[in-house]
Design a binder for this molecule. Structure first.
Ligand SMILES: [Zn+2]
Length: 211
């Protein structure tokens, strides 16, 4: 099997797994991987739970369709992330319930939305800026993602959901899952007096596990 076909299969496997565990409903959410000359990205109006590997869209760096079905309307978010972060090889974007809920809260810190609740969140996600709301398909959103991507591999789109990059597909999926679980914990703990990790503990983690 060619490397491209192997990646197509793995996108479909991860999509099915995410969908079956409730990380996406309907046709929401999209997954991409980097190729030498562009990306593979899930098609528009496709359910992550029933992806046909052969029909996953292949785009060049300008977003032109080279093979497969018409791409997700959100493919430009993925392209912006790869263009700014040459080391990343996969991007996952979800409309997962708890992450979206947090993205709608009026009083969150837009520079770093979630506190350091657990070590794995700090190791896999780190800082999470909030980007302003844009209507679906607005190209200004791609520019906002491009600017944030210069310093961050994960970001939360207001009233929408997270975009997370990783050095390979598994890493991007695991980071997106960790983010969703941390958003859930954050909501569970709201109103409770909570011990978050201290700046020293966060510093120790980032020194031992650089992203
Ligand atoms: Zn979206």
């Amino acid at each position: 099997m060619s490397e491209e076909n192997r990646l197509r299969e793995r996108i479909a496997l991860h999509g099915k797994s995410l969908f079956e565990r409730g990380y996406g409903c309907g046709s929401s959410g999209n997954i991409s991987v980097r190729l030498e000359d562009g990306i593979l990205v899930t098609p528009t109006n496709s359910s992550m739970g029933r992806l046909d590997p052969a029909r996953i869209s292949r785009l060049d760096w300008q977003g032109n369709l080279l093979a497969g079905d018409k791409p997700s309307k959100e493919a430009f978010l993925h392209l912006a992330m790869y263009q700014e972060r040459p080391e990343e090889r996969a991007v996952v974007h979800l409309h997962a319930t708890h992450s979206v809920a947090v993205s709608c809260l009026a009083e969150i810190n837009p520079e770093n939305v979630l506190p350091p609740i657990t070590a794995y969140y700090v190791m896999r996600v780190g800082k999470l800026p909030l980007l302003p709301y844009y209507r679906p398909g607005d190209k200004a959103l791609a520019e906002a993602v491009r600017t944030a991507a210069r310093e961050h591999r994960a970001m939360l789109l207001a009233n929408h959901g997270p975009v997370v990059a990783g050095k390979e597909l598994d890493a991007a999926v695991y980071a997106a899952e960790e983010l969703e679980e941390t958003a859930k914990l954050f909501l569970l703990l709201r109103g409770e007096r909570t011990r978050y990790l201290t700046p020293e503990q966060v510093g120790e983690l980032t020194a031992h596990f650089p992203t």
